[in-house]
Design a protein around this ligand. Structure first.
Ligand SMILES: Nc1nc2c(ncn2[C@@H]2O[C@H](COP(=O)(O)OP(=O)(O)OP(=O)(O)O)[C@@H](O)[C@H]2O)c(=O)[nH]1
Ligand SMILES: [Zn+2]
Length: 207
């Protein structure tokens, strides 16, 4: 698995690579404020560059985490349970890599264990890690599937994401409310129509 552990540099002399320092990132926000026609020296905006950089640390915190860190622990003692495990409606926020504006949606992740199972919260943590990076919905779907498949080696994995892209709602075509659905199927979900049908029925059923 790729290594993505990176620090957010505090100052120029703490740079781990060629990434800009915090001060340089704040200066870039100031430039954008001036570019949209604002006055970064007015009272309400004085602390905005620092706040934006701090918010970016959180919104893009997925770069300093690896899926393997949260998926590392699996367990076996589930009394012989060997059917599909589905975690549905995992809320996530991401940002599209084309416009850096939000993608807001839900992920549904299922797997069929081959002896070992995952802690349920770990699936949501993996969605969160990939969500907190710049994404396309297709990449995010594929990354979640291969991270879980790689660590757990289940009999099959299915991932479906439904999301609204703010770059389509708030700008450009301004098509508000349209949802994009992407899916990835591996193993029994790709080979056995019954597993795929059950996943699609249960992932999309709304009570
Ligand atoms: N396939 C895919 N496309 C995306 C995703 N997020 C945003 N896009 C699209 O990426 C495309 C970028 O197109 P460009 O023509 O380069 O950029 P643009 O001029 O800003 O495009 P418009 O949004 O049509 O105004 C747009 O069609 C977006 O809708 C995504 O997750 N997957
Ligand atoms: Zn976009």
């Amino acid at each position: 698995m790729e290594s993505v552990v990176k620090k957010f540099p505090e100052a120029a002399d703490e740079r781990a690579d060629d990434r800009p320092s915090r001060a340089e990132a704040e200066a870039a926000v100031k430039t954008l404020l001036r570019w949209i026609g604002e006055d970064p020296s007015r009272e309400g905006l004085l602390e905005t560059p620092a706040r934006v950089v701090k918010a970016y640390e959180e919104l893009f915190g997925g770069y300093k985490l690896e899926a393997g860190d949260v998926l590392g622990r699996t367990f076996q003692d589930v009394s012989g349970y060997d059917d599909m495990v589905l975690v549905r409606d995992i809320d996530f926020h991401s940002h599209c890599e084309h416009h850096m504006v939000p993608i807001i949606g839900k992920a549904h992740v299922a797997y069929v264990p081959d002896g070992r199972v995952l802690g349920l919260s770990k699936i949501a943590r993996v969605v969160d890690i990939y969500g907190r990076r710049l994404q396309t919905q297709e990449s995010m779907t594929a990354q979640i599937a291969s991270a879980i498949a790689g660590m757990l080696v289940p009999k099959g994995i299915a991932v479906m994401i439904e999301a609204e892209h703010m770059c389509m709602s708030m700008r450009g075509i301004r098509s508000k409310g349209s949802m994009t659905i992407t899916s990835a199927f591996q193993g029994v979900f790709a080979e056995d129509g019954e597993f795929k049908s059950r996943f699609l029925a249960q992932a999309s059923s709304r009570s």
